[in-house]
Structure formats: structure tokens, C-alpha cells
Design a protein around this ligand. Structure first.
Ligand code: GMT
Length: 383
């Protein structure tokens, strides 16, 4: 492989959410491999450590112009990327999300003299939510058409994208990956801090708490568990739990639930947990599931979207929205530590084999080089 370092721009959402977390992890891995990486967003991505060599962050200020009915982000993002693309000669802009990031990248490439290649990754919401919205659909299709390469995070998302959007171009499936950072505290220290007793089974749920995560079903599952008095549910929440306070009270779950908001050190909490519970009605991939399995902790989830690809075909999943099935699957884990261990090990083996950084970052690197070479040939032909 050609080892010449690349100059890569990454446009992503900065908050707790799989696409930003994946984009940040990818940028860090690329910088470790010797590439120069420039992040663009309206806030510093939560897991980004710019103390690392070759990682740069460009803050994009929202434009609050009195002429606009609401602040604008797309154009300031495009201009910032065009400026940096010209100054440092970016080879690639990797946009995570079609709108606004890929659309802004298309504009940036046209405005800047550097004409970087554009790689767009769809993460799910661009297809199943914005892709259905007539106000965005055409822009998404245009951004995909103008990108030099398009990737999606699962086969399931590729199928859904082809069904939902008018795209005939090549789409490459490059799944997400995870590189756990070493836990900074012991399992015992974290459990003591959480107030989880020795004999208690600690169930973990990590999400941004948006409606598709079906927190209602998460709570109902816990409430339906035979073993609920022996368990605690730790929610690592990207948004406040407040909207569910009434439901928690009504289901009598107050004593069982521990909430931590915006925790970046997920590794500490996954190590401290005994299993994961995920109740989304759809996930293109399910990065939190990957993270949980990586630590050898079994998960219980519905059979939706790309989740079967993440856990592997032999892994048990349950039909949506059957909370009784989820509750008894979780009861089985609580009551049979050997079964829980072997299911966790089965999941861990699968994800380490399929979704380790080495494999997935190689695929992105190969794609970037292909796009860069094609771009170079195109420019040579124009001369
Ligand atoms: O739904 C979320 O949690 C946020 C969303 C995002 O854009 O960050 O997540 C999407 O991208 C993740 C990374 O590829 C996937 O793991 C999630 O499954 C996907 N969410 C949906 O498809 C609903």
C-alpha cells in the first residue's frame, strides 16, 4: 500500500451519538497512522482529544444574521472547509451525514481551489428520517450523487437507502468499529460509586434518549423482569431523563435506576456492568451494542435494522416490540451466570473479529487513496 500521509477533513456532529463518536474514533486512528486530520463542527466532538499529534479542530460558528429566520450552519461550514481545504490542500473531506455535512462538503469542494475528494457516510437518520422528508430528499440525493464515494454502516442501511432514495451509484458497506480506551477505574470502584451492591446484576443502557431508542420499552422491560429486585439499570444518557420521570415513578422503578448524563468514559461503566439492554425500534448499526459486546458483556435487544449484523447470525434477538421476550431473556442472564458469560464471549469474539479498528480503518484508508488517485487523474485530464 502507498504510505504517503493524507490530509483528511472530517465533518461530523459533535454530540453524544454514534456518528460523531465513530467519526472521532476514525480521525484519531488515522492521525495515529500518520495522516493529518482536520475536524469541522459547531462544537468540539465529545471524545476528541486534540492534544494528540496531527489532530486539528476547526470550530464553525453558527451565523446569527438578522436577515435569517434562524441561525445558518451549512454555509459557514462550507466556507470553513473550503478555507482549510485551500490552506492545507485537503485530499479528502469525509462527511458523516448527507445533510448538512456532505452538502457543505460539495459546496466547499467547488469553492476551494484544492478540490478535495468527497467521501460521504450515511449513518441511518439521513435515510430513514430526513430521506423521507420532501424538504431534504432532493438535497440528500444530490449530495450522494456529487460525492466521490458513498459508504453506509451496514448492509441493512444499504438496502434501506436504495428503497428510500433514488440512488443508483455504488455504495460501499463499511461497518463501524470500536477501540476501547483502557478503563480508568476498577469495576469495584465504579460499582461502589454507583451504589450497585455486590450481588446486584447491573444492566447498562447507553443512548442519546431520542424517541427511536424507545426508553418507554426499556422501562417496561425492567418492570416486567421476574428478577427485577436483584437488578439495577444504569442509563448513560446523552439527554435528560426528565421526560421519563413520571413513567419511572408509575412503574415503581425509582430505586432500580441510576442515571449518568453525558459520560465520556463509557469504558469504566461497561466494565462495571453485567449486561446491556437496548430497545430501539431501529438502528442502522447500534454502536452502543458493539461497545458493550467488545467488553464481553451480553446484550438483549430487538431484531431490527443492522443489529443482527453487529451481533452475528447465531446471537439471540427478539421481535419488536415484545418486551416480555426481552424481560425473560434478561431474567435468564441474571439467573444463569454461565450462560451470560458464554453469550458475552460469543458476542465479543464476533465483534473483535469483524469490527476491530485495524480492519475497518484499513478499509477507509484504501477508499481515501482510491478517491484521491481518481481525483488526481481527473484533474490531469482537465489540463
Ligand atoms: O440514533 C442515534 O443514536 C444517533 C445516530 C447518529 O447519527 O449518531 O446514530 C446512527 O449512527 C450510528 C453510527 O453509525 C449507528 O450506530 C446508529 O445505529 C444510527 N442510528 C440509527 O440508525 C437510528
Amino acid at each position: 500500500m502507498n504510505n504517503e500521509p493524507l490530509r483528511i477533513g472530517i465533518a461530523c456532529f459533535p454530540l453524544i451519538g454514534g456518528s460523531g463518536i465513530l467519526a472521532t474514533a476514525l480521525g484519531s486512528e488515522l492521525a495515529r497512522r500518520g495522516h493529518e486530520v482536520h475536524f469541522f463542527s459547531y462544537a468540539r466532538p465529545v471524545r476528541l482529544d486534540t492534544a494528540e499529534a496531527r489532530l486539528h479542530f476547526h470550530l464553525v460558528e453558527l451565523a446569527h444574521h438578522p436577515l435569517f429566520p434562524c441561525p445558518d450552519y451549512t454555509l459557514p461550514l462550507a466556507v470553513k472547509m473550503a478555507e482549510v481545504a485551500s490552506t492545507v490542500s485537503l485530499d479528502i473531506i469525509h462527511a458523516h451525514y448527507a445533510v448538512p455535512n456532505a452538502m457543505a462538503a460539495v459546496l466547499a469542494a467547488q469553492m476551494s481551489g484544492a478540490s478535495p475528494g468527497i467521501v460521504t457516510t450515511l449513518h441511518g437518520t439521513d435515510t430513514n428520517l430526513l430521506g423521507q422528508d420532501p424538504a431534504y430528499r432532493m438535497a440528500i440525493e444530490y449530495a450522494l450523487g456529487q460525492s466521490d464515494a458513498v459508504t453506509v454502516v451496514s448492509k441493512s442501511l444499504e438496502e434501506q437507502t436504495r428503497e428510500t432514495l433514488n440512488v443508483s451509484r455504488a455504495i460501499e458497506v463499511i461497518p463501524n468499529f470500536f477501540t476501547p480506551r483502557p478503563a480508568s477505574r476498577t469495576r469495584e470502584e465504579v460499582r461502589t460509586e454507583l451504589g450497585a451492591g455486590d450481588g446486584e446484576f447491573l444492566i447498562l443502557h447507553m443512548s442519546n434518549m431520542r424517541s427511536g431508542k424507545r426508553i418507554d420499552l426499556l422501562l417496561q422491560t425492567l418492570a416486567a423482569m421476574r428478577t427485577r429486585d436483584r437488578t439495577r439499570l444504569l442509563i448513560l444518557a446523552g439527554e435528560p431523563i426528565q421526560p421519563y420521570a413520571e413513567m419511572i415513578d408509575r412503574l415503581g422503578l425509582k430505586k432500580q435506576i441510576i442515571v449518568r448524563e453525558n459520560e465520556p468514559a463509557v469504558e469504566d461503566f461497561i466494565s462495571a456492568a453485567d449486561a446491556g439492554l437496548y430497545t430501539s425500534d431501529y438502528e442502522s448499526f447500534g454502536l452502543s451494542i458493539l461497545e458493550t459486546l467488545y467488553f464481553g458483556k451480553p446484550i438483549v435487544a430487538f431484531d431490527v435494522g443492522g443489529i443482527p449484523e453487529v451481533v452475528g447470525n447465531a446471537y439471540p434477538l427478539y421481535p419488536f416490540p415484545n418486551v416480555t421476550a426481552l424481560a425473560s431473556a434478561m431474567d435468564k442472564l441474571v439467573e444463569s451466570p454461565d450462560y451470560a458469560r458464554s453469550l458475552g464471549e460469543q458476542g465479543r469474539k464476533h465483534v473483535v473479529e469483524k469490527f476491530s479498528a485495524d480492519i475497518i480503518v484499513d478499509r477507509y484508508e484504501t477508499l481515501y487513496r482510491r478517491v484521491k488517485d481518481k481525483n488526481r487523474e481527473g484533474k490531469a485530464l482537465q489540463r
